[in-house]
Write a protein that binds this ligand. Structure first.
Ligand code: HEM
Length: 151
């Protein structure tokens, strides 16, 4: 069972952090595109966030809490584990509660009547950059804690 939970955990953060990095590369590349193409890129980003990032972050937290049960029951939670749990949990909330819904809103935008970017675009894009960066950074802190922090 522990092996399976670790597999779910590892698959989860691969999907979450991998999807986050893909979002970043796609968003930066889309900056050089025309309005319609740029908004199309955000539809693909919306799918990446919904299909990869959200289930990945949820899988990390669910498997993480089950894996953590023996530690919590014994009351002995080492520092690296506490850091992974805290940073990973907050990061997953940021991804699922802010980053994914914002990506869904961006994915629904259409060009304005004059072919310009819609009014909501810059605001949503800023929110997406901020939320995804904080969530991704917290995910990386969890990764550092369980690797370098553990040795
Ligand atoms: C992106 C965030 C996270 C990353 C990158 C991450 C990474 C990892 C890795 C690589 C392992 C395997 C460690 C080993 O066996 O040597 C692991 C195990 C574990 N993780 Fe996470 N984790 C994250 C989030 C979480 C969260 C949110 C929780 C709890 C709520 C959690 C709880 C655990 C537990 C309990 C283990 C088993 C530790 C052990 O007994 O050796 N993790 N994690």
């Amino acid at each position: 069972m522990r092996g399976f939970l670790l597999l779910v955990h590892v698959l989860g953060f691969t999907l979450w952090l991998g999807g986050g990095i893909a979002t970043m590369v796609a968003g930066v590349t889309a900056k050089r595109m025309g309005t319609a193409e740029r908004l199309t890129a955000y539809k693909i980003i919306g799918a990446v966030q919904r299909i990869l990032v959200a289930p990945g972050a949820i899988a990390v937290v669910l498997s993480g809490f089950i894996l953590a049960r023996p530690y919590m029951e014994s009351g002995q939670v080492p520092g690296w584990l506490g850091a992974m749990m805290g940073a990973g949990f907050l990061g997953a909330i940021g991804a699922v509660a802010i980053s994914v819904p914002t990506a869904a809103k961006l994915a629904r935008l259409e060009p304005g009547p004059g072919g310009q970017l819609p009014e909501a675009f810059p605001r949503l894009r800023k929110r997406q950059i901020l939320a995804a960066s904080i969530a991704g950074a917290l995910g990386l802190i969890a990764m550092f804690a369980v690797t370098i922090g553990r040795s």
